[in-house]
Design a protein around this ligand. Structure first.
Ligand code: CP
Length: 309
């Protein structure tokens, strides 16, 4: 497929066929992960900046690994060690990076719209690695790839997204992508952690966790994002864990082959019990492996694209 997009801002930009092309490309890179030498020269001579203004373990490391396995040069910029600390604006930081002529910039930023802001101003490809509460398209793609590798077709499957939906860019991107792939989406969380716009999302909303789990094929737990909660949205963590923490009793009412996902990092004992995070039906570490090959596929497609959007 001729890849026409310059930037990846959210999964809403992608057609079903383009998502399948990303999965197919990721599948080809999967085979490389099983070889003793995991590096190929595909992106030799190209460069990618990893601009992470918020903390990250999985996304940043897997983009770095992905770039290096394709022989691209990867350069990291973190908020703590950048001139953002001295008050430089996002625009000046972006133009400074552009002047060094990278082929792509992967950006994570606390502001919704930061990736779009760069995409509108820079010539190189911008890949959104999470912007505020808005979107986390590469996470949604790796989540769906993980399920696609388990099930094949996702049509007719029911997936529950559980927890802090209000602050979750992962939930927003996943609702869009799972629907695009034909799955049914349920959402469950306390009312204070559901955004008002949820009534417009293509998803069934539940307040009772046991009801929400009935018959589901997968549960995707979300991290309780305490760093984004400033308004006393929860009475206390123990109460939250008791009411909305996923445990074995909830899984008893799900499909017997239910899969457990979590984008990480996990607050064990709060949004999910350790028994479930570590159980044989947990795909949490498969998600991390999928992250490497999805990001290899994205770097390959966006950095070797032939046309303009
Ligand atoms: N899932 C996710 O984005 O994890 P990191 O914050 O560790 O990158």
């Amino acid at each position: 497929m001729k890849w026409l997009h310059k930037d990846l801002l959210d999964v809403s930009q992608l057609s079903h066929a383009e998502v399948m092309a990303i999965f197919e490309t990721a599948g080809r890179f999967q085979e490389l992960q099983e070889r003793p030498v995991k590096k190929v020269p595909t992106l030799k001579g190209r460069s990618v900046v990893l601009f992470f203004a918020e903390p990250s373990t999985r996304t940043k490391t897997s983009f770095d690994v992905a770039g290096k396995r394709l022989s691209a040069d990867t350069f990291s910029l973190a908020k703590s060690s950048s001139s953002l600390q001295k008050g430089e604006t996002l625009k000046d930081t972006a133009l400074t990076l552009q002047a060094m002529a990278p082929d792509a910039i992967v950006i994570r930023h606390w502001c919704s719209g930061a990736a779009r802001f760069l995409a509108d101003r820079l010539d190189c490809s911008i890949i959104n690695a999470g912007d505020g509460r808005h979107a986390h398209p590469t996470q949604a793609l790796l989540d769906s790839l993980t399920l696609h590798q388990e099930w094949g077709d996702m049509a007719g499957k029911t997936i529950l997204i559980l927890g802090d939906i209000a602050h979750s860019r992962v939930a927003r991107s996943n609702v869009i992508l799972l629907n695009k792939l034909g799955a049914k989406v349920r959402l469950c969380g306390p009312r204070t952690l559901l955004p008002p716009a949820v009534k417009h999302w293509q998803a069934e909303v539940y307040s009772d966790l046991t009801e929400a789990c009935k018959g589901v094929d997968a549960v995707m737990c979300l991290r309780l994002q305490l760093e984004r909660q400033h308004d006393g949205l929860l009475p206390d963590l123990r109460e939250y864990a008791r009411t909305y923490g996923l445990g074995p009793r909830h899984i008893d009412v799900a499909n017997p082959e239910v899969k457990i996902l979590h984008p990480g990092p996990i607050n064990r004992g709060i949004e999910i019990s350790s028994a479930l995070a570590d159980c044989t039906d947990s795909l949490i570490l498969d998600q991390v492996s999928s992250g490497v090959v999805v990001r290899m596929a994205l770097l390959f497609l966006y950095m070797t694209r032939k046309g303009d959007e």
